[in-house]
Design a binder for this molecule. Sequence first.
Ligand SMILES: Cc1cc2nc3c(=O)[nH]c(=O)nc-3n(C[C@H](O)[C@H](O)[C@H](O)COP(=O)(O)O)c2cc1C
Length: 364
Amino acid sequence: MLAGKRVLLIIGGGIAAYKALELIRGLRKAGASVVPVLTRAGAEFVTPMSVAALAAAKVHTDLFDLTDEAEMGHIQLSRAADLLVVAPATADLMAKMAQGRADDLASTLLLATDKRVLVAPAMNVRMWQHPATRRNLAVLRGDGVLVVGPDDGEMACGEYGPGRMAEPAAVLAAIGAAFGGGPLAGRHVLVTSGPTHEPIDPVRYIANRSSGAQGSALAAAVRDLGARVTFVTGPAAVPPPQGVDVVRVETAAEMLAAVQAALPADAAVMAAAVADWRVANRAGQKMKKDGSGKAPALEFAENPDILAWVAKARTGPGWWSALPPRRRMWWPMPRPSGRARAATGLWRMTYRPRRRSWAAQRMR
Ligand SMILES: Cc1cc2nc3c(=O)[nH]c(=O)nc-3n(C[C@H](O)[C@H](O)[C@H](O)COP(=O)(O)O)c2cc1C
């Protein structure tokens, strides 16, 4: 999928620059050629020598390098690539891209290109969460820039949270997906995640301890396989992954409606912990103590079983059965027990390769 592709890799000035070295190795192993560009700050973290040695190519650093301009100008450099990848993408580079600035080689290439751009952000958690970075990210997404990561975890600075650059394998997968590759390219996958909140009154609700971590991880994995992902999530503690279509809901009823609206899909992964019951006698106003010492009696009604609904739609004359058999790639697992029963169900992902590619393997 990457064989013969030319990737222009811009390495920004962040601690994660070392991951770019592994990315170069992965790209070359996959048959791609790498045109490396180091920002001035990037060169503080990895040496041009290491980058050039791994890429087996000259490292470009300076916009006003006359030799380069004579051999290949910056416009041509940006156009000759099949894809531009910024890894690590610093807060600074993302800001420049969002503003359309071109005051060094990297930003000029990014502005001059007519190719797709993929960024792998890496920065301190506060920098990532800063409203300015959020704004810049939204602008970049709006401009069609592809984003992979960042991951959650411990930072080099000792803080914890989102901001770690995605691992080179994930960036490689995203690059493959950008070229229209990946086994799920062209597929639409629905993923549900997180808990639901069932209101008691306007300020109280019944919930469960689902963090949404499992659903987020599954959605990211499916995205990395090249699928378009609709991610229907309850109020989760873990943020949704980048690069998926997020639909936020609160209650089980809202989740069912969102799932129905997201169909048709080629596959569904139901990882949400949907409440089994909702409060039937939910109060329209905040319930108050009346001094009698009597606690209010809550009545419950059963919530819709979203998994059962999807499974029924799958076997009925609906969207799923209308799909050709090779597109039906997911089978339900037995209903989980114990704590896991909180989830409406998790479907096992089993990729069934196309007959043609399977046959091709046998012939070899
Ligand atoms: C030790 C050190 C680590 C840094 N790590 C990051 C980082 O991970 N992400 C980031 O956005 N900026 C980081 N910076 C700041 C950038 O290096 C700085 O904003 C620089 O101007 C980025 O230049 P560039 O975007 O042209 O590569 C770091 C700076 C230092 C001194």
